[in-house]
Design a protein around this ligand. Structure first.
Ligand SMILES: NC(=O)C1=CN([C@@H]2O[C@H](COP(=O)(O)OP(=O)(O)OC[C@H]3O[C@@H](n4cnc5c(N)ncnc54)[C@H](O)[C@@H]3O)[C@@H](O)[C@H]2O)[C@@H](O)CC1
Ligand SMILES: Nc1ncnc2c1ncn2[C@@H]1O[C@H](COP(=O)(O)OP(=O)(O)O)[C@@H](O)[C@H]1O
Length: 491
């Protein structure tokens, strides 16, 4: 089942509604959060220490104090508590009192800065519970300084719920972030993703209906692909399983066309046509294998198109794209196809793709289409892609180290890619081919985009795990295997 994502603000509502509407006491939630967080911390940190629990004055600090208590109760004596100040939330005060009775050593940042610096330098791990979803505005000076001390300590950092001060100048950089109860999409924003390190979510018993009501997006994972694509009939033949048309390649960029077409051929789609320019036909004509290569596109009738990989930006592309949009019901527009689309839209003033097309821009292409900077795209993908998706009537797939799929309806899905080996020339062409193949096969537009993104990302991860660094042609070879392994079966 797809995991919900809430905003930081939504998380505050989930927390409040769980207490107010369901009567779950704050201390119970905090205990559950702290225990679960402690279990995850034990798993990632093992016996490494010393451990410094740095606690702010809110409930995020309270969670970290519960963690410290459990470590102490389990017999660890290399734990230290650092309080930002002697101020607490109501539930946090309870935790502080218990820790004091237990005899856990405590330092107070406001009063003993040098000593705090020293214990942080000596620490193997810092558990950061200074700021969670209750943070507002820019960082207070003392917290910014505390985060500098943590950052410069050399200790590994485990952040509670969200990396403290995420999105603010001077926020913490965590090695592991364990989100409480539900994922927060802010952590998956490309501009901030590296602050969080390895991501975990710890269940703490928020009522699922409350989380669903507050969800603002969905977190895609490998378990989602089978359900999104569905099962292929055993008796189906190639003519029934979908025809893909790939309009791609140009002089010097013919390889991109092959990558897309071959990737499409490794999906359940039955037939792939590669429609290329006359001038590269001589080169591509004999390389198709199972892909039918045509000089031009006369008489080619397809269920879905893939337009743009390595297409070049020649004058004629805008008209060609308009013709493809007219004759194909659905498809993917990628790379140079997106430049042609931008020109077509700018020429016509407005364009409505009727929710039937998927656009797959990387951040630079997205910025060009949206008329903003790459920084804006990376910092506010939901807003930028949402406006683009609504404006063009298309599903937008923003491809970065986290990939955002945004529908014209405003629905958002995020895939946490974080796989450097995928950043290799031609990887995007492969993705376009996979999504095109799924569309031709009859998978829904949003579903094809989501499933393609996950299959592509997981293919990259597995390929690296098995064989190390790879090129896009290796990725193509992995497409059929990953789809099968993720549940796209027949019968
Ligand atoms: N009911 C509960 O006990 C639960 C608490 N939870 C935890 O509680 C956290 C939220 O707790 P709170 O709402 O108390 O908020 P936080 O603990 O995230 O932050 C509030 C504290 O930070 C200070 N602060 C806010 N903005 C700041 C800024 N810009 N610079 C410096 N200081 C700033 C405030 O003065 C206050 O002391 C979650 O992130 C989570 O860790 C969750 O475990 C869910 C359940
Ligand atoms: N660090 C990364 N982690 C995960 N995925 C990445 C990373 N870098 C790049 N990618 C993915 O690789 C693909 C690159 O596509 P693109 O930029 O269009 O390249 P090309 O034009 O060479 O095909 C996208 O799907 C993107 O999400």
């Amino acid at each position: 089942m797809m995991r919900p994502l809430v905003s930081v603000e939504g998380a505050r509502r989930v927390d409040a509604r769980t207490r107010e509407e369901y009567g779950v006491p704050e201390l119970v939630l905090m205990e559950q959060a702290g225990m679960r967080l402690h279990e995850v911390f034990r798993e990632v940190a093992g016996e490494d220490g010393p451990v410094v629990y740095v606690c702010g004055s809110g409930n995020n600090g309270g969670d970290a104090m519960v963690m410290a208590r459990w470590a102490w109760l389990e017999g660890r004596r290399d734990v230290r508590l650092v309080l930002r100040a002697r101020r607490f939330s109501e539930a946090g005060r309870v935790q502080a009192r218990v820790l004091e009775r237990l005899g856990v050593p405590v330092l107070v940042w406001e009063e003993e800065r040098e000593e705090v610096r020293r214990v942080c330098r000596e620490a193997g791990w810092v558990v950061e519970g200074v700021l969670g979803v209750g943070a507002r505005g820019g960082l207070a000076e003392d917290v910014a300084e505390l985060f500098r001390v943590v950052g410069e300590s050399g200790a590994r950092v485990f952040s509670v719920d969200v990396p403290g001060g995420v999105g603010c100048e001077g926020g913490v950089r965590a090695d592991v972030t364990a989100m409480v109860g539900v994922g927060k999409w802010e952590v998956l924003v490309p501009a901030w993703r590296e602050w969080a390190g390895e991501l975990r979510v710890v269940p703490i018993g928020f009522p699922p209906e409350v989380v669903r009501e507050e969800a603002e997006g969905w977190w895609l994972g490998p378990g989602d692909v089978g359900g999104l694509v569905g099962r292929v009939r055993a008796a189906s033949h190639k003519g029934e399983r979908g025809r893909v048309g790939v309009w791609a390649g140009s002089r010097g960029l013919a390889g991109a066309a092959l990558l897309s077409a071959r990737a499409a051929a490794r999906t359940p789609a039955g037939l792939v046509y590669l429609c290329c320019d006359e001038e590269v036909y001589g080169l591509l004509g004999g390389l198709g294998g199972g892909v039918v290569v045509r000089p031009g596109d006369e008489g080619v009738r397809v269920d879905a198109a893939v337009v743009g990989p390595g297409w070049g930006r020649g004058e004629g592309r805008v008209g060609q794209l308009a013709a493809i949009l007219g004759r194909c019901g659905r498809g993917v527009i990628d790379a140079d196809g997106l430049e042609a689309l931008a020109r077509l839209r700018d020429g016509e003033g407005r364009l409505d793709l009727g929710g039937r097309w998927v656009l797959t821009p990387h951040p630079g292409e997205c910025a060009r289409l949206a008329g903003c900077t790459v920084e804006e795209v990376l910092g506010a993908p939901g807003r930028v892609c949402g406006e683009l998706a609504r404006g063009l009537g298309a599903v937008v797939v923003l491809k970065a180290h986290t990939t955002w799929v945004v529908a014209p309806s405003g629905r958002v899905w995020v895939y946490d890619g974080m796989c450097a080996p995928l950043g290799t020339g031609g990887a995007g062409d492969v993705l376009a081919g996979v999504i095109g193949g799924l569309l031709a096969h009859g998978v829904g537009v949003e579903e094809a985009a989501c499933a393609g993104v996950v299959a592509h990302g997981e293919a990259g991860r597995r390929l690296f795990a098995r064989r190390g660094w790879f090129g896009a042609e290796d990725l193509v070879g992995e497409v059929g295997t990953i789809l099968k392994d993720l549940g796209v079966d027949y019968g």
